[in-house]
Design a protein around this ligand. Structure first.
Ligand code: SF4
Length: 497
């Protein structure tokens, strides 16, 4: 992954700062509760939701098992349809490819459809460094870009902003980027939407190059699919002469008919709609003869790895690659609701971010090593996930990896781990527990001693345990050990002696 967010503090520190922001907490609570309630109603309308969920899981797992074959099939199909396929091993390579393709057109401006993959690789910053201006056209992404901000939600990147803040951003920043905000702009949704529409329209009509991601790539035909709600995607995909799509290799589905499942589960899980307003599909440059038909005259597909094949190699962690970026897990997560998206230090916030970022980037940095702990393991994320990713299972698996991990090693632009050395304090505690449980007499004596001296016990643990007990109450030691109580009240029958 790109280093865009590297340097962020670990999750606990970033979350502590976010939790102190009452406006942010209010915005998040209102937005996530509204979306989650609507999603629950939309899902309840379908009698076969469980079957759809299982089908989505099976399709994704099958594709991931045979990804090598389907990737070649995609390349052949896209090429046959007049497109060009590029392979990018990491963020730097992907950015180089896209920048070169834009420079070859002679243009210095591009319009973008909302795309997590391009955010993941830090494409806008890479293009800017080469003198190319990338304009976000999704309303929420526009707010984030104008506000020199970072996205905090997969689906609603400006979820942390309220209407008044958006009005202020439009008033002060729009003129820097193009058409200014209308005089006397208020914070009513209709006026804000109209201001964005006027600002963006001149960019759509001027742009010669569009950049997108894709929700799905159909292997059998080489067709790319983008689902969206605002119509900005349709403009970016059809008006520019050149279209460049940057897509993670896990976005493939084998057949057209597989879309039947995901085009039902994705809109209901994300925006709580039965069907999203715009579904754009394109295959190469149309009929394979460049220059004819609608849409772009030139099409490039950049297939992005950037840590995905490493993730695929992990039998437990690979289920994260099923994700269809619906954001349902964010909206039900009690940790995300309070900490917000920025605390996760990645373009992938919330529960999916807590399992995806440490796998794509490695667990070597402070922020990535802390992400698997950014969860109460309540399981709400798994319940709502339309492709049944067992996020708690992956979180626990990654915690194990963090605990066993040694110091970080730079490998390319990724951070990987040395072989495990182990957590010395935890190992010592486990050895002591093992000895105590295999020596009942000593355990009994120790429990009685602990009860008698309980008023002298410290309220926090010393040494490395201080961080753990600093945010938790240590359990109070009872005045009488359970074994003694059982003996006194039940004569020790059927239990402890
Ligand atoms: S993990 Fe599941 S619920 Fe979360 S964004 Fe991905 S598909 Fe949606």
């Amino acid at each position: 992954m790109s280093g865009t967010f590297v340097g962020m503090p670990a999750f606990p520190q970033a979350a502590r700062e976010a939790v102190g922001n009452a406006t942010l907490r209010g915005n998040l609570r209102h937005a996530t509760h509204t979306i989650r309630d609507k999603r629950a109603r939309a899902v309840a309308e379908l009698d076969d939701w469980a079957a759809l969920r299982e089908a989505g899981k099976q399709i994704k797992d099958h594709t991931l098992r045979h990804l090598d074959r389907y990737l070649v099939q995609v390349e052949e199909a896209v090429t046959a349809a007049g497109g060009t396929v590029h392979w990018a091993a990491d963020a730097d390579e992907a950015n180089e490819i896209v920048a070169r393709l834009v420079q070859e057109t002679g243009e210095s401006e591009v319009v973008k459809v909302k795309s997590m993959a391009t955010q993941e690789i830090g494409l806008n910053e890479a293009l800017q460094a080469r003198g190319i201006h990338a304009y976000e056209t999704d309303l929420a992404e526009l707010i984030v870009q104008l506000g020199k901000d970072r996205p905090s939600h997969i689906l609603v990147p400006a979820i942390h902003r309220n209407r008044g803040e958006i009005r202020d951003i439009f008033r002060s920043e729009m003129s820097e980027w193009g058409r200014p905000a209308p005089e006397g702009l208020t914070d009513t949704p209709a006026e804000l939407a109209e201001a964005a529409r006027l600002h963006l329209r001149e960019k759509f009509l001027r742009a010669k190059v569009g950049i997108s991601g894709a929700n799905f790539v159909v292997a059998e035909t080489g067709t790319l699919v983008v689902v969206e709600s605002e119509g900005n995607g349709r403009m970016c995909l059809t008006l520019p002469e050149t279209l460049i799509s940057v897509v993670g290799i896990e976005k493939i589905v084998p057949r057209w008919r597989d879309l039947e499942v995901f085009l039902q589960t994705l809109p209901r899980s994300s925006t709580a709609e039965r069907m999203n307003p715009y579904t754009s599909m394109w295959t190469g440059t149309g009929d394979g003869r460049a220059g004819e038909g609608d849409g772009p005259r030139t099409f490039h597909l950049v297939l992005l790895d950037n840590g995905r094949t490493d993730t695929l190699a992990d039998e437990v962690g690979r289920q994260a690659l099923r994700c269809i970026r619906c954001s349902a897990c964010l909206n039900v997560c009690p940790v995300y609701e309070r900490a917000g998206g920025h605390a996760y230090g990645s373009v992938y916030p919330g529960p999916i971010g807590a399992i995806l970022s440490p796998q794509l980037r490695g667990t070597g940095s402070e922020i990535d090593a802390s992400l698997p702990y950014a969860s109460s393991l309540c399981g709400a994320c798994y319940e709502v996930c339309p492709v049944a990713i067992d996020i708690p299972e992956v979180l626990v698996h990654l915690r194990e990896r963090v605990v066993q991990g040694g110091p970080a090693v730079q490998g390319g632009n990724r951070v990987v781990l040395k072989p495990a050395k182990g957590h010395a304090a935890e190992r010592a505690a486990m050895r002591a527990a093992q000895w105590a449980f295999t020596h009942p007499g000593a355990l009994r004596t120790g429990q009685r001693l602990a009860s008698r001296t309980r008023r002298l016990h410290p309220r926090t643990l010393p040494g490395p345990g201080r961080a753990w007990s600093g945010t938790r109450d240590l359990p109070a030691v009872p005045a009488e050990p359970f074994r003694d109580w059982w003996q006194r009240t039940h004569g020790g029958k059927g239990g402890a002696k």
